[in-house]
Design a protein around this ligand. Structure first.
Ligand code: GSH
Length: 252
């Protein structure tokens, strides 16, 4: 972990579970845990990539339960009927942490952000992060929707959808400016989402970030974080595919 990025989070956790602004943090550290948490998702990047990156970034002791999309899909849906992970809304990705049972990738990301002080701590930060989260999420949805929609829609509308994402990236680039992360010195879950969104679009359209030098620097900075670098260089990192079997881009 890059020391400057995580210093405020770690300091808050060491203070006994409260950030300076009074936000309650979880006290449990990896060494105090009896059971690792469990994260489950298909053997693709998809909606699982951002939570996986965040779990790796913070160094959580977690089990990465990978569900084989090629040979294990049928078995997964058969087992799902019994709801083995006791989820209120069974789906992938899921995340179990002690008694906590979560699905919905954004709920997982926001939970982890609260747990590791990677979310907002003031009203102003909340306003900024809510807005940034919405913009970044739009670019992620554009990507997944066009990839998983009809072949005709992909052919007809891909250029326009990519153009719309590029327009948002330009605005995000201006917003970021010379700052390290979107909120300044402190990395948040939205930086992780933004990295995920950009890496997906860049795999398809490498020119999409042309002129967005601030965002390109953010991506490099993220990849250079020691835990992320280690993860990406490890055999555990899923570099490909991004999408599911029915996608028009990046399954095979
Ligand atoms: N809005 C949900 C979407 C989840 C979703 O669509 N999951 C797909 C893969 S990306 C799936 O195959 N879920 C397995 C299931 O339906 O049980 C999220 O963000 O987590």
């Amino acid at each position: 972990m890059e020391p400057t990025a995580l210093r405020p989070h770690l300091a808050a956790i060491r203070r006994g579970g409260r950030s300076r602004s009074g936000l309650v943090l979880f006290r449990r550290s990896v060494s105090q845990r009896s059971m690792p948490s469990q994260f489950g998702y298909w053997t693709i990047r998809g909606w699982g990539q951002a939570p996986r990156l965040l779990l790796e970034l913070v160094g959580e002791d977690y089990v990465d339960d990978r569900v084989d999309l090629v040979n294990g899909e049928e078995k997964y849906f058969e087992e799902k009927k019994k709801n083995p992970h006791e989820l209120p809304f069974p789906n992938l990705p899921y995340y179990n942490d002690g008694d906590i049972r979560l699905t919905q990738s954004m709920a997982i990301l926001r939970y982890l952000a609260r747990k590791y002080n990677m979310g907002a701590t003031t009203e102003e930060e909340t306003r900024q992060l809510d807005m940034l989260e919405g913009v970044v999420q739009d670019t992620r949805l554009y990507f997944f929707d066009i990839c998983h929609g009809t072949a005709e829609n992909y052919k007809l509308n891909l250029a326009a959808v990519a153009e719309r994402s590029a327009m948002f990236y330009k605005l995000l680039d201006d917003y970021l400016g010379p700052r390290r992360w979107f909120l300044g010195e402190r990395i948040t879950y939205v930086d992780v989402m933004a990295y995920d969104s950009m890496s997906n679009w860049l795999a398809m359209k490498p020119e999409l970030l042309n002129g967005c030098e601030n965002l390109k620097r953010l991506m490099k900075r993220f990849e250079a974080l020691p835990n992320i670098k280690k993860y990406m260089e490890s055999g555990r990192f899923i570099a490909w595919p991004i999408n599911g079997k029915d996608a028009h881009f990046s399954f095979k």
